[in-house]
Design a protein around this ligand. Structure first.
Ligand code: IMP
Length: 418
């Protein structure tokens, strides 16, 4: 397959980082197309764990693949520099495989402050990561944003920051601790640090023909149900969490051979918002502990619940998913019974697929209870996967059974082991 997108099929944290890294060796370019440092993508290189927030999930040992940070992202330069430095220190030469689209927007220090201030103003906070994502995308849309290329023209940068600050000081009336001059100095400092590194500043315009002639893996961030347009709005992030986001790199979804949806064998959600299959009892706590369900970016305990088939069907339709990769089924090993939501009761009407994100707010889950499994080789686990496939119309191709890259096998392989 020449071009694939890998996206989260739930509320994020499905294990996309590990999955992307597993497949990355087959692709020349690994492209992050949306989101920012709100994401936390974990990869293992041997026994060493790296949590990247901005860098595409490729192992530094993979010297064939290049990492591209696309224009749909919002980039926190200090964070990016830190991530690259960690990998460059351990694996000299890594940074020369990193490419940054100069059209991408930047997350600035005042965006992080605004994020916190706005959360405190909200009667119903979203539970953001406070990484400045919403305010950076807001500035992009309201045309006060700073693009990477503005750093290359200091006069333009000064002018844009001045205009942005004038607007912000009216809106935030003395609540911000940075002014345009502080942000200018910060940006120049980051630019100078970046200059000393071997990172490539380029754009999809320069590269899109190259992309078209080779293999590309588009790495999504968060999950379909956190998508700005189709997630559980307003309890969503501000970027595109779906395969459609590849348009920001100049691609159409028609140019994708496949869209892989990564799903966890259960569900989690971090932050506020509707969550029909949330499990509040002891069992939820047990799954949280066993699955290490604490945010990779903020350390917050994740909300935990049962697998939600209507939500998966919704994700399939909205994001054009063509196959599933299931992760963390081993976390459920040893449970006698497992609940699985097969439909929603929406105000007395049974629905297999939510009609819109509104349904998530009012849905009551309709559960089926299935037998648990001892381990991956237990036939009950196969039955669980068969139920998912039958009820969603999508095949599961791979099973991830641990955090390490190599802890993954095809479903066909698993069947031969039974
Ligand atoms: P923001 O993206 O920081 O604005 O947060 C908006 C919502 O998305 C909050 O509920 C966050 O917890 C959630 N969120 C953002 N990034 C991630 C992620 O990578 N995994 C899971 N939830 C996320």
């Amino acid at each position: 397959m020449k071009r694939v997108a890998i996206v989260g099929a739930q509320w994020g944290d499905e294990g996309k980082g590990k999955v992307v890294n597993y497949f990355a060796g087959d692709y020349e370019w690994i492209v992050r197309f949306s989101g920012g440092a709100n994401a936390g993508h974990t990869i293992y290189v041997g026994d060493r764990k790296y949590v990247n927030h901005l860098l595409p999930s490729i192992s530094p040992l993979n010297k064939k693949s290049k990492a591209f940070l696309g224009a749909g992202m919002v980039i926190d330069l200090a964070q990016l520099i830190e991530e690259i430095n960690v990998l460059e220190k351990d694996y000299p030469g890594f940074s020369s495989r990193v490419y940054l689209d100069r059209e991408a927007f930047l997350v600035l220090p005042w965006h992080k402050e605004q994020d916190g201030i706005m959360e405190s103003w909200r009667e119903n906070p979203i539970g953001t990561t406070k990484k400045g994502i919403g305010p950076a995308y807001t500035d992009k849309v309201s045309r006060e944003g700073i693009k990477f290329y503005h750093l290359l023209d200091e006069d333009m940068l000064k002018e844009r920051l001045k205009l942005a600050y004038e607007m912000k000081s009216k809106m935030f009336e003395g609540e911000l601790s940075y002014d345009d001059k502080d942000v200018f100095d910060y940006l120049i400092e980051q630019r100078e640090k970046l200059k000393k590194m071997k990172v490539n500043i380029t754009s999809a315009v320069d590269l899109v023909d190259i992309f078209r002639g080779t293999t590309v893996l588009f790495e999504g961030a968060q999950g379909v149900l956190l998508d700005l347009n189709f997630g559980t709005y307003p309890f969503v992030t501000s970027g595109s969490c779906m395969a459609h986001g590849v348009s920001s790199v100049g691609f159409s979804t028609f140019e994708l051979d496949e869209v892989f949806g990564v799903l966890k064998a259960y569900t989690t959600r971090v932050g506020e918002g509707p969550y029909p299959t949330e499990e509040f009892g002891e069992i939820g706590q047990e799954i949280r502990e066993k699955g290490g369900e604490y945010g990779a970016t903020t350390g917050r305990p994740r909300r935990v619940g049962w697998l939600d088939l209507p939500a998966l069907r919704y994700a399939k339709i909205r994001s054009g998913l063509t196959r599933f990769i299931i992760t963390k089924a081993d976390v459920l090993n040893g449970l006698d019974e497992i609940k699985i939501c097969t439909a929603y009761d929406v105000k007395g009407k049974i629905k297999e697929v939510p009609s819109s994100s509104y349904d998530f707010f009012v849905a009551k889950p309709v559960y089926e209870t299935v037998k648990g499994w001892k381990d991956m080789k237990d036939v009950n686990f196969l039955k669980y996967m068969a139920l998912i496939e039958e009820k969603t119309g999508i095949k599961i191709s791979h099973i991830s059974y641990g955090p390490k890259t190599e802890e993954m096998m095809t479903k066909n392989k698993l069947i031969t082991l039974l």
